[in-house]
Design a binder for this molecule. Structure first.
Ligand SMILES: Nc1ncnc2c1ncn2[C@H]1C[C@H](O)[C@@H](COP(=O)(O)OP(=O)(O)O)O1
Ligand SMILES: [Mg+2]
Length: 206
């Protein structure tokens, strides 16, 4: 080992999140992930990281990378894996000192993203599977689209996002089910009743 490694090892930024508590929040578009995460932040002091929000912030910044991302997102497609992961990791490190844990919302979108996350960051201790019927998700998204200003909350893109969710993201749930960390949440109910189930799952972590 060189002197340089020895000196910098202790202050490596990654060290800050090595033992962080991580919860994956997985569900279709409009299933209620963001709504539930907000409530968890308030009650448990977790940090909510929505991959979609991080990406939209990059788009809003007007950067060159933001412009490329916007084109992909407008089509309802998935953005490159490394881009999202780096953004999540940077955001986690920035919040490490003040967080009780992290809610990773909207990621992994496919099994490979989960594997990469674990390699670069760490393993989740819980996966909240926010489950609603497709009709419910479409209805909620159309309503959200009236005020969200989100370019992807329109009927055509919603359909593509739902298809992609069933094809790419549902296998993620099966992947983590084999590890016994999936808690299925019935998100057809009123927000507070959904939250009760979420609290039960989190309380059981301790
Ligand atoms: N349990 C619930 N009952 C009724 N509406 C809900 C709900 N959970 C969320 N909503 C609403 C709020 C939003 O306008 C819309 C989508 O919710 P969201 O939290 O933004 O979903 P997601 O982050 O999974 O895309 O549905
Ligand atoms: Mg959301």
């Amino acid at each position: 080992m060189t002197l340089c490694c020895a000196r910098f090892r202790r202050t490596h930024p990654e060290d800050k999140i090595k033992n962080a508590k991580i919860i994956f929040v997985v569900g279709g578009p409009g299933s209620g992930k963001g709504t539930q995460c907000e409530k968890v932040v308030e009650k448990y002091g977790y940090t909510h990281l929505s991959s979609g929000d991080l990406l939209r912030a990059e788009v809003a910044s007007g950067s060159e990378r933001g412009k490329q991302l916007q084109a992909i997102m407008q089509k309802g497609e998935l953005v490159p894996l490394d881009t999202v992961l780096d953004m999540i990791k940077d955001a986690m490190i920035a919040k490490a000192d003040v967080s009780k844990g992290f809610l990773i919302d909207g990621y992994p979108r496919e099994v490979q993203q989960g594997e990469e996350f674990e390699k670069k960051i760490g393993a989740p201790s819980l996966l909240l599977y926010i489950n609603a019927k497709p009709e419910t998700m479409v209805k909620r998204l159309m309503k959200r689209g009236e005020t969200s200003g989100r370019a992807d909350d329109n009927e055509e893109t919603i359909k593509k996002r739902l298809d992609l969710y069933y094809k790419a993201t549902e296998p993620v749930i099966a992947f983590y089910e084999s590890r016994g960390i999936v808690r299925k949440i019935d998100s057809e109910l009123a927000v507070d009743d959904v939250f009760k189930q979420v609290c039960q799952a989190i309380d059981n972590l301790k």
